[in-house]
Each structure stands twice: as structure tokens, then as C-alpha cells.
Design a protein around this ligand. Structure first.
Ligand code: DGJ
Length: 708
């Protein structure tokens, strides 16, 4: 039973495969957190009352410290999850327990303010098979007067005190270096991870992991140690706050949800507001198990069902080959070569519409440029289809260039303040997606485009951060939420009408890589940085949270590090997720084209294991010299190992594999050191391991395992 309720103690116990999460309604009607961690044999094994610690008149009460959802009320030390202003100006919320409801794997606990007509439902969804749960809240205004929501997070909870120190692992970055690993010790004070620019952002990813550091200073590893983690299913402004107080045994709390920055929401009479879900998990077997649980959760619970279990196609994308110089002839030449390489989808990127010859003009004018495509897109699509590929197209629907017919006709459609010049980013402005006329227009042209053409793949881009978050006729402080709600709704409507179309989420690379997008889109364009060595760091960070099959990795000619990479190294780096090719095929020699075609064919053979298998990091996060990964699907495995740096004096550590059957023999093939055995038991591979053949800094190894 994933949800149990014990009436006598008013105790809720939520269990997944290996974890348990407990809270209780106190005698005075407060939901107090009791436990989150490993599942224990008996209910009596859990702490069944909150710790009774002394506090002073300077500190928040015990109730607040242990609150399952902290409201702005009383002495408020910690980040509140709920802050409101009632119509009479009162800003204090005092909730008391009303009732609960259990429906299968869902629990909701209803609370109500002791005076005002505000009710709150704490909602829990347990996903036992992914070893995870998700939390969100819905707030109801049952009165006649409006209530202003100033902050409403999805979840907050205290973490077990007295168990050691916590270390935070998170992902941070910028354009072209998304999802880089960051680690820091949690010390008294507040650490806030945030997105504030109307998209989840390049700078930080809405994910956290807190592992316990033991008294010897040792944190969790890939397969050992305890890790608490979570991620927000939201693509707009967000925040995750981790805070620790010195008193009360250095109690640590974590909270997350929609960012209160630039946000407030008028909750009218008889209205409700639902937060996004925050997915939460605990691993007692290190970061490896954390990643696999997150991957399963995204794949099985979130990804749009049409393609959730389908293999992602090998794609060719025109961007780095021709940038804005797309036209029928240039694309046909590329398509003829792409099909020979084995591409399955041919995606025409930016530049096909309006007066789009550079990033200075054209966004908003979504008609084919007649000089580039005199007969529209249909002849090119037909040609691509004849060559055996599906056709895909780039769009950036939420943006407009001031130099466009759309902007000339509707300057009021862009977010703006009437009394100041809007600041452009990449020469563009953001369309006000909160307006119904903008939504209708957007849905209209996208639907028409997909209805009239055989388009099977849409790359949906978003290339700037917001500046003037202004809207003269609407609630400006609701923009950060309404924009994202409208985006989700438009994509959902398009998907319902065009269920055979794959949708890729892109934001100048990986600026919108989050669980919200992965609920509406099938995968993500990971980064505009396609240097294969840089990409290893970005891909390591992305795959920490999100499944490899949702991570598109293109092979290009980029070489920011003067690595002079072999074609094999470039391909192997891109084998880590869903394979794409983004290089100018016209500049490749016949020999390189033939080698590339063989590598694509090899990827296709390995793809079911890479895309549907379990993912294991064989080197620890942040290791500087070698990165290695294993993908394992039943008896079939793929190991990818990459040299990053090399020191002559160092021997490569053996890589111990995971997830094999101990007694069974595995046949190994590929780039192993010459004296390495080719037939080993699962036990030997998991205990002794193997040594890949990595001969210099930028060499890569690919090894396959086959169960005998
Ligand atoms: C940013 C994307 O990340 C690129 O792949 C490309 O689509 C450009 N935009 C096009 O403007």
C-alpha cells in the first residue's frame, strides 16, 4: 500500500520501493514532517513524533521548523511556501487540518485558515516503481473577496537533522556551457537556486541533490551513500531554497516551486490556483541510483506518451552547415548526403521564412521566403521523403523581430512598458503569450503549417531572456506563470491534433531543459556548444537528471579546444544520447562520409541499449581525466569511455561495471586493452572490471557486452 493512514495518531506513511515518507497531524491540527529516508520494516521503527527540541523566543517554533508546508505566519525564520495578502491587508495564514483523501497512489490533505475562507490542499503522488513521489499544492479561495498570492511553492520540508552534514550538488551554467556540475557544503544560511528570466534558464537547472557527508567528511558516491533530490516540473521562473539554521542541530530545510520574484496572483472569489509538481526522491545507493530513478520517472511518468517508449531518430540539422542561408537547392544537396549517412529526420533550421537572412529580421512572419523556396516547402519535403527521411522544421513562435510585418501590425503584442523603449536581445522581443489573441494567432499558424505539410518534427526555440515584463491591459505580475501555462497549452493542443509530430525543446541550446518541458516535448537540444570535449561536461550534467534519450547530441566540426578530434571521438561523444549530425556535409571528404555512415549504422544497432537501457556512471562525477558510462538493457550493454586529459605517469583505473548477472558470462567486444579477457562473468566485470583502450587524452573507447 503506497499510502497508509493511521487514525489514532493521524499519521500518513507514504512508501515507494525502498523509501518512506511520513508526516502527522498534530493534536492542534498542524501537518508536521516526521521522516523521509530508507523504508524500515515496521511502522514502529520510524520516529512517530517530531523531535522535541528547545527553542528560544528568538526562534521559530518547533511546529514551524517541522512543518510539512510552511506558511508566512508567526516568527518566520525559514523560506515560507505560502505568503498571501487578504483583502483587509492581513498577511498571516494559519492553517488547520480539515480532512484527507486517498485515491490509489495519491493523497491529498485539506487544510483551512482559521478565519479566512482560504483552503489549501497538500497533494502527494507516489510513484512506487520509480522510488519517487511528487508534491504540489492547490489553494482555494472560497470567499467573496479576492486574495493576493505572493508566494506559493510546490513543496517544503525539513531534512533529518543530526545525521551529518549536507552537501549540495546542482547544475549551473550559461549559454554554451549548460548543466555544469557544482558542489558546495551546506552551512548555516540560505542558498537559493533560481530562474528569474521567464524560462528555466541556462544559469541554473531546477534540480537539487543533497547528500549526507559522514563524520569523516565522506559524501555519497556513485553507488554508496544517501542522497535526497528533487526537480521542478516547471519551465518558468522557479526557485529551490536550501537553508540551514545553527540552532536545533543545524536543521536543514528545502523548498521549491514558482519563483516569487516578479510574481503575485489575484485569486478571485471561488477560484483556485495549482502549483506545478515537484518530484522528490531519496537514494540509499548514491548518485547512480538517483539518476536512474529520475530517468525512469521522466520516461515513464512525464514524457508525452506518443513517443515515450519509441527510439529517437538519427537527425540531420542544417544550422551549423548553412546558418541562415537555407534554400531549396542547398537543403536538397545536404539531404542527399544526409540520407546516405543514415539520417532518419532532416531538420531545416532557422532562416526559411519571412525576411530572415540574419537574426535581425523576420521572426513573426511565418510564411516561407519566396526567394529561398519559390514553391514553398512542399517540393523540399517531398524530396526529403523520397530520400527516405522525415522532414522537420525550426520555429521560434514566442518571439518577434521589431523588423517584421507582425511587429509593424501589432507592436502591442510584445511585452513592453508603454513609456520606455523595449530592450532587444538577439534583436528580438518576446510575444505576450498571456493575450488570447496572441495565443489564437500562434496556434492558428502552427496548426496550419502542420496541417498543410508533412512535417514530422518541430524544433521549438526560445532565444532570449525577458527584460520588460510589461502588459498594459493585464496583470503584469501574473506573466511569469501565465506565459508558461499558455506555452504548455498550445503545445498540448498541437500534439492532440498532430500526434505523429516529435517536438524538440530548445532555448539557445539547453536553456529550457527541465521536467516541465519534458512533459510536453519529447526531448531537448542540449547546448549550442558542440565541441565534443566541452559536450562531455554538459552531457554529464544533463544526464545526471534527465534520460539520455532526451538529450540530442550532434556531431559537428566544432573544435573550440583545438582538440583536433578524430571523427570517432566526435561520434562517440554524441553516442551518449540521441544522435544528431549538424556538420556541413559538403565539406566532408568521401572517406570521412563513409566513416561517418559506418558510425551511424553502429549507433543504430546500439541505440535500443543506449536509449532504453539503464544508465551507469563508471567514473565519479567531476572526474577530470576520464569519463565512462555504461548503458545496460537486460543482457546487452554498451560502455563508452572518453579520455579528457592524460598524464603519462598515470595508469587508467579499471572500470567496474554495474547491473549484470553475477553468474552469467558476458562476451566483450571493442576497444579493450590488449591483454584484457574477452569473456568474463558478470561478477568479475562488477568486481574486477575492465580496462578500456584509451591511448591518449582525446581518445575514446566503445565496448559492447553480450550475455552468453
Ligand atoms: C539557437 C539554437 O540552439 C540553434 O541550434 C539554432 O536553432 C539557432 N537558435 C537558430 O537561430
Amino acid at each position: 500500500m503506497p499510502v497508509q493512514y493511521f487514525d489514532e495518531t493521524r499519521l500518513f506513511c507514504l512508501t515507494t520501493a525502498t523509501t518512506a515518507y511520513l508526516f502527522q497531524i498534530s493534536p492542534d491540527g498542524q501537518p508536521l514532517h516526521l521522516y523521509w529516508g530508507a523504508k524500515l520494516p515496521r511502522i514502529e521503527d520510524y520516529p512517530l513524533a517530531p523531535p522535541d527540541r528547545q527553542h528560544s523566543s528568538f526562534n521559530a517554533t518547533l511546529h514551524q521548523n517541522m512543518s510539512e508546508y510552511l506558511c508566512r505566519s508567526g516568527i518566520a525564520e525559514y523560506e515560507p511556501s505560502l505568503r498571501v495578502t487578504f483583502a483587509d491587508g492581513v498577511r498571516d495564514v494559519r492553517l488547520k487540518y480539515l480532512s484527507y483523501r486517498i485515491e490509489g497512489e495519491s493523497l491529498s490533505v485539506r487544510l483551512a485558515d482559521i478565519f479566512y475562507k482560504l483552503e489549501l490542499s497538500l497533494e502527494y503522488r507516489i510513484v512506487p516503481e520509480c522510488d519517487m513521489l511528487a508534491r504540489r499544492v492547490t489553494v482555494y479561495n472560497n470567499g467573496q473577496e479576492p486574495i493576493t498570492l505572493e508566494q506559493i511553492l510546490s513543496a517544503s520540508l525539513p531534512l533529518a537533522p543530526d545525521r551529518g552534514d549536507y552537501r549540495l550538488t546542482h547544475l549551473s551554467g550559461a549559454w554554451a556551457c549548460e548543466a555544469l556540475l557544482e558542489r558546495c557544503a551546506i552551512t548555516p544560511g540560505r542558498k537559493s537556486l533560481e530562474g528569474r528570466l521567464n524560462y528555466s534558464g541556462h544559469a541554473a537547472n531546477p534540480f537539487f541533490a543533497l547528500d549526507l557527508v559522514d563524520r569523516a567528511g565522506q559524501g555519497a558516491g556513485e553507488s554508496v551513500g544517501e542522497v535526497y533530490f528533487g526537480a521542478l516540473q516547471w519551465s518558468g521562473n522557479w526557485k529551490i531554497v536550501v537553508e540551514q539554521e545553527r540552532a536545533a542541530g543545524k536543521r536543514t530545510r528545502v523548498a521549491g516551486g514558482i519563483n516569487d520574484f516578479e510574481f503575485s496572483w489575484q485569486l478571485g472569489a471561488s477560484n483556485s490556483f495549482e502549483t506545478p509538481w515537484m518530484a522528490l526522491g531519496y537514494s540509499n545507493a548514491g548518485f547512480g541510483k538517483m539518476s536512474r530513478n529520475l530517468h525512469r520517472y521522466v520516461s515513464e511518468q512525464l514524457l508525452p506518451p506518443q513517443f515515450a517508449h519509441e527510439l529517437r531518430p538519427v537527425l540531420y540539422n542544417s544550422w551549423e552547415a548553412v546558418f541562415f542561408e537555407v534554400n531549396e537547392a542547398s537543403q536538397i544537396t545536404l539531404a542527399e548526403k544526409a540520407t546516405k549517412l543514415g539520417a532518419e529526420v532532416f531538420v531545416v533550421d532557422d532562416g526559411w521564412f519571412g525576411e530572415r537572412h540574419s537574426d535581425r529580421a523576420g521572426l513573426g512572419d511565418w510564411q516561407t521566403n519566396p526567394a529561398k523556396f519559390p514553391n514553398g516547402l512542399k517540393p523540399l519535403i517531398a524530396k526529403v521523403n523520397t530520400l527516405g527521411m522525415d522532414f522537420g522544421l525550426w520555429v521560434e513562435p514566442e518571439m518577434v523581430n521589431p523588423d517584421s510585418d507582425l511587429y509593424r501590425a501589432h507592436p502591442e503584442w510584445a511585452y513592453h512598458y508603454p513609456n520606455r523603449e523595449p530592450i532587444t536581445g538577439r534583436n528580438q522581443l518576446i510575444l505576450n503569450l498571456c493575450r488570447e489573441d496572441v495565443q489564437d494567432w500562434m496556434l492558428g499558424w502552427l496548426d496550419a503549417l502542420l496541417s498543410k505539410h508533412n512535417i514530422r518534427y518541430v524544433k521549438w526555440d526560445y532565444n532570449r531572456a525577458i527584460s520588460e515584463i510589461g502588459w498594459t491591459d493585464g496583470a503584469q505580475s501574473e506573466i511569469p506563470v501565465r506565459h508558461v501555462q499558455a506555452l504548455y497549452s498550445i503545445v498540448a493542443q498541437l500534439r492532440a491534433k498532430h500526434p505523429y509530430v516529435l517536438f524538440e525543446a530548445c532555448s539557445g541550446g539547453g536553456g529550457r531543459a527541465d521536467m516541465g518541458m519534458l512533459t510536453h516535448f519529447d526531448h531537448v537540444w542540449t547546448s549550442d556548444n558542440t565541441d565534443p570535449l566541452d559536450r562531455l561536461l554538459i552531457q554529464q550534467g544533463y544526464s545526471l537528471v534527465y534520460p539520455p534519450k532526451t538529450m540530442y547530441c550532434w556531431v559537428t566540426a566544432t573544435d573550440w579546444n583545438a582538440g583536433n578530434y578524430s571523427l570517432r571521438y566526435r561520434f562517440h561523444s554524441s553516442f551518449m544520447g540521441a544522435l544528431g549530425i549538424g556538420t556541413n556535409l559538403n565539406s566532408m571528404s568521401e572517406q570521412n562520409l563513409a566513416e561517418a555512415a559506418a558510425l551511424v549504422a553502429q549507433y543504430k544497432q546500439l541505440r535500443p541499449v543506449i536509449q532504453h537501457g539503464n544508465f551507469y556512471r563508471l567514473t565519479t562525477l567531476g572526474e577530470k581525466e576520464v569519463q565512462a558510462y555504461q548503458y545496460q538493457r537486460e543482457g546487452e550493454g554498451v560502455v563508452l569511455a572518453f579520455g579528457q586529459r592524460y598524464h603519462f605517469w598515470k595508469f587508467l583505473n579499471r572500470l567496474r561495471l554495474y547491473g549484470l548477472e553475477a553468474e552469467v558470462l558476458y562476451q566483450l567486444e571493442g576497444d579493450l586493452m590488449k591483454d584484457e579477457p574477452r569473456l568474463l562473468s558478470g561478477e568479475a566485470l562488477m568486481r574486477r572490471g575492465l580496462v578500456p583502450k584509451l591511448e591518449h587524452a582525446l581518445s575514446s573507447a566503445l565496448i559492447t557486452l553480450h550475455k552468453i
